[in-house]
Ligand binder design. Structure first.
Ligand code: SAM
Length: 282
């Protein structure tokens, strides 16, 4: 292929324009679209909330597998194009909005369901805020499948004591069982991102399901503080909040040394330290 044909070929894959600032990498490889669809734990009566449908690479496929797809796109031009593409299809609704401002519970109420399925080939520049937002709204989510940067996928599924184990691993594993389901190479997207990608599926099951909701939220706040400065040990990260003596007592009760770091603790151990610290006063 000569240079001009290569450019034309690329343009036809990418389309007329894309906005890199909005993390626009469109999934053009049909084989990966199908593979991803197969991995999603979709039910015929599901209402799917799609994050960033873009040019609808997955929207139509999702429609064939669920009752309704509500696609939330922040790019006005893309949203208008999708409106036109799916006109006359009541099973698809396009919402022009920032996903970080969307109330999932309100969508569920509008659709008469308790929970929705969430799917998204995520805009990578806001992966963490999106995950936070989703876990905050976990009561409205039955199950999820999210395509993200492979490095982030590895963090979400990381085991304690490993380099990748961080706040996001715990936030994810407290509220769900994440699994890396499909590895997706850059060439499957147009334009190709600089990084590898992966589909993560999330079985929404709380680790400590006997905890009331507020306790889960408090635990997350606690974990955020534990990992506030990765180089510091737990005593330093929590020093401004709890008395040193209480912290030492809590570590001892968990059978851990004073110079303990957050990443050395399993989810259960972090929960034990949290419970022991919150049982009495600070
Ligand atoms: N789903 C399409 C696909 O697979 O080809 C596009 C995926 S692309 C990686 C991410 C999409 O998210 C883009 O269409 C982008 O415009 C959209 N997006 C970016 N920020 C957003 C936000 N805050 N809320 C909703 N959509 C957003």
């Amino acid at each position: 292929m000569d240079g001009e044909s290569k450019i034309q070929n690329l343009k036809s894959k990418i389309g007329t324009r894309h906005r890199p600032k909005l993390g626009q990498h469109f999934l053009h490889d049909q084989r990966f679209r199908t593979k991803i669809l197969e991995e999603l734990d979709l039910r015929a009566d599901d209402v799917v909330i799609e994050i960033g449908p873009g040019r609808g690479a997955m929207t139509g496929l999702l429609t064939g597998r669920a009752r309704k797809v509500i696609a939330v796109e922040v790019d006005r031009e893309l949203a208008q194009q999708l409106e036109a593409d799916f006109a006359g299809q009541p099973a698809v609704q396009i919402i022009l909005a920032d996903i970080l401002r969307v109330d999932l519970a309100a969508i569920c109420r509008q659709e008469g369901v308790a929970q929705a399925f969430v799917f998204g080939n995520l805009p990578y520049y806001i992966t963490s805020p999106i995950l936070h937002k989703l876990f905050e709204q976990r009561d409205s989510i039955r199950s999820m499948g999210l395509l993200m940067q492979r490095e982030v996928a590895e963090r979400l599924t990381a085991e304690p004591g490993t380099r990748d184990y961080a706040y996001l691993s715990i936030a994810t594993q407290v509220f769900s069982q994440p699994c890396i389901a499909v590895a997706v190479p850059p060439g499957a997207f147009a334009p190709a991102p600089k990084v590898q990608s992966a589909l993560v599926t999330f079985r929404m099951k709380a680790k400590f399901d006997q905890w009331p909701r507020e306790k889960g939220d408090e635990f997350l706040e606690f974990v955020k503080r534990c990992f506030a400065q990765k180089r510091k040990n737990l005593l330093n990260n929590l020093g401004g909040i709890y008395l040193r003596t209480r912290l030492l007592e809590a570590f001892e009760a968990a059978g851990k040394p004073a110079n303990l770091r957050a990443e050395e603790l399993s989810l259960e151990e972090l929960a034990a330290v949290f419970e022991s610290l919150t049982r009495g006063s600070k």
